[in-house]
Design a protein around this ligand. Structure first.
Ligand code: SF4
Length: 375
C-alpha cells in the first residue's frame, strides 16, 4: 500500500516540473509514484486548481502531505508552481477591464485580460510569447515568435484572473475564457488542449467547454484536428479578407494556408461538429470594408453556420479603422444575407487584448515608469 510522504523527491538535479502542467490523472499517477496516497493527491490538485493556492507550505494539509510538499515543491526541488509575477496592471476608465502584464519564470512577459461586461466575467489569455503569424495590424505579430507557453503557464493566467476577481467581488465567478491574447492557439495545439482540459475540469476551475473560445488566424491543420478530435470548445476564425490577395496583405499566414483551404476546413469543421463558427473581421478603412468585400464575404460563408464579429481596428501599424457608417453598411449586407453579424465592443476585448495589440516591451517600460495606469 502506498503511503503518503514518501520523501522520494528531495533536492533535484533536474529542472523542476511544474505541478500546474499536470492534468488530474497524470498528477495522481506521478504523485502515487512519489508515495502520495490518492486522497492527498486529490486534495493537492484541488488546492492548486480550484482554490488557486500558491503558498502550499502555508496550507493546513495533513502532516504526511505537508511533509511531501516541504520536501518536493520549491526552489531546487523536484516540483515547482507556475506563479507569474505581475509586472503591470492597466485598468480601463470604467474599471471593468483589467489588463495584466505577467512575467513568467524565464522572464518572458505576456498579457492576460479580465473583463466584466454584461454581467459576465471573462478572461482572455495568451498562448505564446510573441507570435509567428505576423498579422500586419497586430503589435504581437510584429514582435515575432519567442516560444510556446506550457499548459501550466496558460492555466496560471486563468488562476490569476480568478484570484483578482475574488478580491473585487467574491460573489462573482469567472465563467468565460477566450484564447485571444498573445499568440496563435492552434500553433501550440497540444499544450493548449492540455490546458483547456484542466481549465474545464469540474474538480478544478470548471469553466464549461461551451464557454471557452479558441480564436485562430486560420491554422488549417489545427481546425481539422479540432474537428477530428471532437473538441467541445467554440471556434473563432479571424478572416479579415474576402480574396486571397486581400487576406494575404493582412495575414501573412494565409500564404501557407490559403483562403480556399481555410474555408474548406471550416466547412468540414461545421459538418463534423455541427457547431457554429464565429468569423472575426477587423474593419480597416479602404482595405476590407467596402460593400463589394461584404458581398464576397457572404459568398464565402454560404453553407456555413456562421456568425460574423466585426471588430473596430485598434490604432496600430499605421492602419485606420473604418468609419462607423461604412461599418454599419458592411453589417447590413451580411444580415440581409442571413448571417448574424455584430460589432464587438471597443471597450471590451479588442481594446483590452485583441491578440496583443500593445507591445509587451512598451508596457514593461510603462510599468517601470508609471505603475498602474488607464487604457
Ligand atoms: S493577430 Fe493573433 S495570430 Fe495574428 S499576429 Fe497577432 S497574436 Fe498572432
Amino acid at each position: 500500500m502506498p503511503v503518503c510522504a514518501g520523501l522520494h523527491s528531495g533536492v533535484s538535479e533536474q529542472p523542476p516540473r511544474s505541478l500546474h502542467d499536470l492534468g488530474f490523472s497524470e498528477f495522481a499517477d506521478l504523485l502515487a509514484a512519489e508515495g502520495v496516497i490518492p486522497h492527498h493527491a486529490k486534495v493537492l490538485w484541488r488546492a492548486l486548481h480550484r482554490d488557486g493556492v500558491l503558498d502550499l507550505a502555508g496550507q493546513e494539509f495533513l502532516p504526511p502531505l505537508k511533509r511531501w510538499v516541504a520536501a518536493s515543491v520549491g526552489p531546487g526541488k523536484a516540483f515547482s508552481l507556475d506563479a507569474p509575477a505581475v509586472v503591470d496592471e492597466i485598468r480601463s476608465t470604467d474599471g471593468l477591464t483589467r489588463k495584466f502584464l505577467l512575467r513568467l519564470n524565464d522572464g518572458q512577459v505576456i498579457e492576460t485580460v479580465l473583463m466584466g461586461y454584461d454581467g459576465r466575467q471573462t478572461v482572455c489569455v495568451s498562448t505564446q510569447a510573441g507570435c509567428a503569424m505576423g498579422c500586419v495590424f497586430c503589435a504581437t505579430g510584429q514582435m515575432g515568435f519567442v516560444r510556446h507557453l506550457r499548459a501550466g503557464e496558460i492555466v496560471a493566467q486563468v488562476l490569476h484572473a480568478r484570484r483578482v476577481l475574488k478580491t473585487i467581488d467574491p460573489n462573482k465567478r469567472l465563467r468565460n475564457l477566450v484564447l485571444m491574447g498573445m499568440g496563435e492557439p492552434l500553433h501550440n495545439y497540444d499544450a493548449v488542449m492540455q490546458a483547456l482540459e484542466m481549465i474545464s475540469d469540474v474538480r478544478g476551475i470548471g469553466i464549461g467547454p461551451s464557454k471557452i473560445a479558441i480564436s485562430t488566424v486560420g491554422v488549417v491543420p489545427g481546425i481539422l484536428r479540432l474537428a477530428d478530435e471532437g473538441r467541445p470548445f467554440r471556434l473563432a476564425v479571424s478572416l479579415h479578407g474576402s480574396t486571397e490577395e486581400e487576406r494575404a496583405a493582412l495575414v501573412p499566414a494565409s500564404k501557407r494556408w490559403s483562403l480556399a483551404l481555410l474555408m474548406d476546413a471550416c466547412r468540414k469543421y461545421g459538418e463534423t461538429t455541427g457547431k457554429r463558427i464565429f468569423f472575426e473581421w477587423t474593419l480597416i478603412a479602404g482595405k476590407n470594408d467596402s460593400p463589394e468585400t461584404a458581398a464576397r464575404l457572404v459568398e464565402l460563408l454560404r453553407g456555413i453556420d456562421a456568425h460574423v464579429n466585426l471588430i473596430p481596428l485598434n490604432p496600430t501599424g499605421g492602419f485606420v479603422g473604418t468609419a462607423s457608417q461604412a461599418g454599419h453598411g458592411f453589417q447590413k449586407i451580411l444580415i440581409a444575407a442571413g448571417f448574424p453579424c455584430t460589432f464587438r465592443q471597443r471597450r471590451g476585448i479588442d481594446v483590452a487584448a485583441g491578440c496583443g495589440m500593445l507591445r509587451a516591451e512598451k508596457r514593461v517600460k510603462s510599468a517601470q515608469s508609471q505603475g498602474s495606469h488607464e487604457l
